[in-house]
Design a protein around this ligand. Structure first.
Ligand SMILES: Cc1cc2nc3c(=O)[nH]c(=O)nc-3n(C[C@H](O)[C@H](O)[C@H](O)COP(=O)(O)OP(=O)(O)OC[C@H]3O[C@@H](n4cnc5c(N)ncnc54)[C@H](O)[C@@H]3O)c2cc1C
Length: 399
């Protein structure tokens, strides 16, 4: 319970109000059935620089770890049923979900890994087909497949959607269920023993809280976690997204992950593409939102044209840059209660898969706060114990 003597007091304060903060707020309000007072503190309600507003908005089950597969299976079920979850008074929630599938390509060297993790994905309930080169040629005739040995394609359950729309739908529904949102930056915490008693905003105001959840993403999760007494190796990594038009019609184009590491998918009548450069470990430029144009000219376009000859004629369009919040030990999220704190929680380090993980993580953190345990999907493999034990949860399918 929060400090009763404080002017401002909430059962739960959530720092960071983008997709993760708003999903947790929505799930807490819904599962708590109005028993909890909940405040979301967001430093920039325009969300201009939040990853949630700058993402590629895609969802896949083609991960190599059971927990990530299970989280995304819940994610797609939630997105398919979003009207029931987040619709207001029977209204439809338009997030333009398109299940076009991911297509991972492999040469002879990479094919055994595709086969190995395909078995795991399908055993857990995903719907991923393994293709040899002949299958690839017949299903995707626009592909230059001469050097390929295999490809794995999500027949259902994978694709893309309006990520910004998902964030706003969580936020809107949370507010309707009684969650308060306030503009401000959570700058510090006050603790007594193993409990956080209140948060201090940058303007000096104090808000008492029964629990604090840190969902501050690339711009703030690490510093707030340090203030909570638990430093985390989560760093901001710039990623540029480039849009382009293609004069040739390419029917059935999925989200393609090329052997070069370049990804590309349809976006309306056009396409978007990107690539994660190897930018070293502890390097970050959190305030740098300049698009890396040479990356497109020098690497992405040539790779695209080699794989899909029609892309030689592409017409570059606009581009933007955002930041992954990358957990350096294994590129997987850190989710759960912080060690040594009775009431401090964290959901950060999602790299390039936080939007699709937001439904399951929001529900999980809400269960943890309300019941002291995960009741639906056990998110313990994403816990912070990985930092202390030095046992990473290695994900081999990182984009
Ligand atoms: C280019 C790009 C492409 C991506 N593509 C995909 C994709 O295809 N699929 C997918 O699932 N994911 C994708 N992601 C990842 C996904 O966007 C993120 O993992 C997800 O949006 C993280 O959500 P979040 O709420 O944790 O963080 P954010 O969206 O970054 O939000 C954090 C919020 O906290 C606020 N904040 C920070 N510090 C404070 C503070 N001290 N006090 C108060 N507020 C604070 C910020 O203003 C921000 O609004 C992509 C990301 C990028 C950058």
């Amino acid at each position: 319970m929060p400090d009763e003597n404080s002017a401002d007091a909430f059962d739960v304060v959530i720092a960071g109000g983008a997709v993760m903060g708003s999903s947790i707020a929505y799930h807490l309000a819904k599962l708590g059935e109005g028993r909890l007072s909940i405040l979301v503190v967001e430093q920039d309600p325009s969300y201009q620089r939040s990853a949630s507003a700058l993402s590629a908005g895609s969802i896949r089950q083609q991960f190599s770890t059971a927990i990530n597969i299970d989280i995304s299976l819940h994610g797609i079920a939630f997105l398919r049923d979003i009207d029931r979850h987040l619709g207001l008074d029977g209204e439809k929630v338009d997030i333009s979900l398109k299940e076009g599938g991911y297509l991972y390509l492999a040469t002879g060297e990479g094919a055994p890994l595709l086969g190995e993790i395909n078995a795991l994905q399908n055993a857990r309930g995903a719907d991923i087909l393994l293709h040899d080169r002949a299958d690839l040629n017949s299903r995707f005739p626009w592909l230059a497949a001469g050097d390929l040995a295999a490809g794995s394609w999500g027949r259902t359950g994978e694709g893309w959607f309006d990520g910004y729309g998902l964030m706003q739908a969580f936020r809107r529904k949370a507010r309707v269920l009684g969650v308060a949102y306030r503009q401000g930056k959570v700058a510090d915490v006050q603790s007594a023993g193993n409990r956080i008693r209140s948060v201090i905003l940058a303007d000096g105001s104090r808000i008492a809280c029964g629990a604090l959840v840190n969902t501050c993403g690339a711009s703030g999760a690490r510093s707030l976690s340090t203030a909570m007494g638990f430093p985390i190796p989560v760093f901001a990594k710039k990623r540029s997204v480039f849009s382009f038009a293609c004069p040739t019609d390419l029917p059935g184009f999925p989200l393609l992950i090329d052997t070069s590491g370049v990804w590309v998918r349809p976006e309306g009548r056009d396409f978007i593409a990107g690539y994660s450069p190897d930018d070293g470990d502890e390097v970050e430029h959190p305030a740098d939102f300049e698009v890396d144009w040479p990356l497109f000219e020098d690497y992405i376009w040539p790779a695209l044209a080699a794989r899909v000859p029609a892309f030689e004629q592409l017409r570059p369009g606009r581009a933007w840059a955002g930041h992954y919040d990358m957990c350096l030990i294994d590129h997987n999220a850190l989710v759960g209660r912080l060690p040594d704190l009775a009431n401090g929680y964290l959901a950060a380090g999602f790299s390039g898969h936080g939007l699709q993980q937001s439904p399951a993580v929001g529900r999980g953190i809400a269960e943890l706060i309300l019941h002291g345990e995960y009741r639906s999907l056990d998110l313990a493999p994403l816990g912070c114990h990985r930092l202390a034990s030095g046992e990473p949860l290695l994900e081999r399918n990182v984009i």
